[in-house]
Design a protein around this ligand. Sequence first.
Ligand code: NAI
Length: 427
Amino acid sequence: MAGNNPRSPVNADIRDPSLADGGRGRIEWAWSEMPVLRLLHDRFLAERPLEGLRVSGCLHITTETANLARVLQAGGAEVVLCASNPLSTQDDVAAALVRDFRIPVHAIRGEDTDTYYRHIGAALDHRPQVTLDDGADLVSELHKGRTELLEGLVGGTEETTTGVIRLRAMAREGALRYPIVAVNDALTKHLFDNRYGTGQSALDGVIRATNILLAGRAFTVVGYGWCGRGLALRARGHGAHVVVCEVDPLRALEAAMDGYRVMPLRLAAAQSDFMVTVTGDKHAIDRSHFEVMKDGCVLANAGHFNVELNLEALAAMAVERHCPRPSVEEFRLSDGRRIRVLSEGRLVNLAAAEGHPAAVMDMSFSNQALSVAWLARRGRELAPEVHRVPEAIDREVAELKLAAMDMRIDTLTDEQRDYLSSWREGT
Ligand code: NAI
């Protein structure tokens, strides 16, 4: 740890410190889109709710995460960061975090698996009292190999659906040893971040990587959850013919009534120009789908882990592979068909674009900041389970965001409040 001495070096492992100027400019740009977080920054600076708290975050190292880190720091926390995905790190942001905010960052875009886990190890060497996860890798490493640290932990937070699923599985088996707040499950998180954030940024990734026109093309969304709904909506906005593949009958029905064509994946594969997975599931697109896939189909994944496309099977089927553009790899099959995979099947919105826009991360990360403060106050009283974000926090984030957007709403009259809480009044 660098400590507070501004002259001592910050213990970091980043690509290139000279990128800091560009990173700082982009962090400030995002800051201007994050009014709720700015407000919390001033509150935290005055109240110092995290004084001396050691926080390790395994998050996408983006401009928005930089602004979350600066808010936690304003609250008095000693923050260390590592990446939650080997391809999502913005090296200029990492450089600015180290130079301008003196935050130790262990993350290099494109790092190999060994380096990725070494960096998680470095974040754990900080001996965190609170962990911030996006996909539960930090919690997982702690429980698998660094159990001596569990004693000191007050609590943790989890940012994404896949992480929450993993943590609930741990809690069910009695394996989870400290309380985690499921930030993903806050309404002011998944209703907006997963839907509108992933919707816009995943499409942005596909477009930046390929520059292929979407209008008039068949665009298949695999998984119609919170992320899938947003992606389908935005793809339709570009004039694509949107197809949805699902395994859940309710979600499939919803997609159908939202106006999309619903069909099994093998059928969709034979006619799609684009297929994007957002299931959180393994091998959602598999060998049997590659076998019938339309020539030239572009494949991408926006779900958390790079397991949604079975790329081992595709590699085994390919007779030739090459990279015609950055972020695009083309696999040629023996019958001449070409299948184009974006960003090695990793989160396309972060690997081929910049991740979610700051205005939506404003809400997700305000939940994070307030949840960390709540854990600092209450964490020691909580059972080692997955906890909901307190409703008061969710509501406060919604109210602050509305106010920041200069929108006002009506309030219930006493008569209406009485009516809505009673059963006696009828026709
Ligand atoms: P969700 O649980 O709301 O939706 C997932 C949907 O996929 C469900 O409707 C499920 O029935 C469907 N599904 C599961 N297996 C399937 C299969 N084999 N074929 C077709 N459909 C299948 O989850 P949510 O919130 O939409 O998240 C999805 C994934 O995206 C998760 O991995 C999550 O962590 C990740 N995520 C990624 C973000 C990003 O920045 N790219 C942002 C937020 C979440």
